[in-house]
Design a protein around this ligand. Structure first.
Ligand code: UDP
Length: 326
């Protein structure tokens, strides 16, 4: 297939682009580099453009048969403070992208969705049957796009896969690409930065949750397991399968304390921790029931928490070498 990876210079998109290429597909990357990085797209044809730029986008879309859409803002806290930014990019520009797909004859869209569409889950592990009741603007924008895909499928025959990620983490095993966020707020890179002394400490958000050790439980999923699922979903649709919405998680949760212990074990360094209050909007536990993805795509997480932390650590060490090189 010929695939336009929109947002392919970002964290998950860049890993998906490589996996697509390894599986023999042709890949073009489309990215405005607002949060993406050119070096994450190196080796690929990169069209630098915004999804709101219809002329540029349409020219790229006419050259492909499928789209993977990663171009969205993804900070929960920021979406609460600046919802306008989120509705403009994730909804308005997202819809412009979807309409352009229709107009340019693209008939398959793989969408980067999130477990945030479930909000505070009524049941754990979370299956796709859980009601979708997002509790922040970020989740609302993702749910909006899922709903648009469903309507476009029924009305226009556009086939899609909405892939609801749990906690994406880790980096490519090569050490060449990985997570680069500014600001970096995620647990694993933040803890590694604290371990190396690049940050004074890791703030541990909440130790009074109703979990065995009092800290939040999350389902961490390696970015290359996510990338594999994207390619499998695309190939499944190309074989004539129906559209789908599936959870992508390992189906196993770890507490923040367990993750910190693993980070210390893998890096051999101590993570300086400061106990802080709960972060607004953090549910105590989010764990996927990934059985639908396993059934439909024959996919399941192959990489462990050890792999996640080891690759994130390798990536961080490479990054500091890169920063120091002239
Ligand atoms: N967390 C933390 N300190 C940090 C960052 C995260 O204690 O500096 C906790 C956070 O409260 C959550 C878990 O680690 O329970 C994972 O947070 P992250 O921001 O990585 O992902 P999220 O679950 O928000 O998507």
């Amino acid at each position: 297939m010929i695939v336009l990876v929109v947002g392919g210079a970002g964290y998950i998109g860049s890993h998906a682009a490589r996996t697509l290429r390894q599986r023999g597909h042709d890949v073009m990357i489309y990215d405005n580099l607002s949060t993406g990085h050119e070096f994450l797209a190196s080796g690929f044809e990169l069209v630098r453009g915004d999804i709101a730029d219809l002329v540029k986008l349409s020219a790229a879309l006419r050259r492909v048969d499928s789209v993977m859409h990663f171009a969205a803002h993804a900070y929960v806290g920021e979406s609460v403070e600046n919802p306008r930014k989120y509705f403009r990019n994730n909804v308005e520009s997202g819809l412009a992208l979807l309409n352009a797909c229709l107009d340019c004859g693209v008939r398959r869209v793989i969408f980067s969705s999130t477990c945030a569409v479930y909000g505070i889950p009524v049941k754990i592990p979370i299956s796709e049957k859980n009601p979708r009741q997002p509790v922040n603007p970020y989740g609302v924008t993702k749910l909006f796009f899922e709903n648009a895909l469903e309507a476009y499928d029924r009305a226009y025959g556009l086939r899609f896969a909405s892939l609801r990620y749990f906690n994406a983490a880790g980096a490519d095993e090569s050490g060449e690409i990985g997570e680069v966020h500014d600001p970096e707020t995620h647990l694993i890179p933040s803890a590694l930065l604290a371990a190396t002394g690049a940050r004074r400490e890791l703030e541990l958000f909440g130790t009074d949750y109703p979990t065995p050790d009092g800290t939040c439980i999350r389902d961490y999923i390696h970015v290359n397991d996510l990338a594999d699922a994207h390619v499998l979903a695309l190939e499944h649709l190309a074989r004539g399968a129906d559209s789908m919405a599936v959870n992508l998680g390992a189906g196993r949760g770890y507490s923040v304390k367990e993750v910190l212990t693993k980070i210390e074990e893998v890096s051999g360094l101590k993570v300086p921790v400061r106990l802080a209050g709960r972060r607004a909007g953090d549910p105590p536990a989010l764990v996927a029931d990934p059985s639908l993805a396993e059934k439909l795509l024959r996919w399941k997480a192959m990489r462990t928490l050890d792999d996640i932390v080891a690759t994130a650590w390798k990536w961080m060490q490479r990054q500091s070498t890169r920063a120091l090189s002239p």
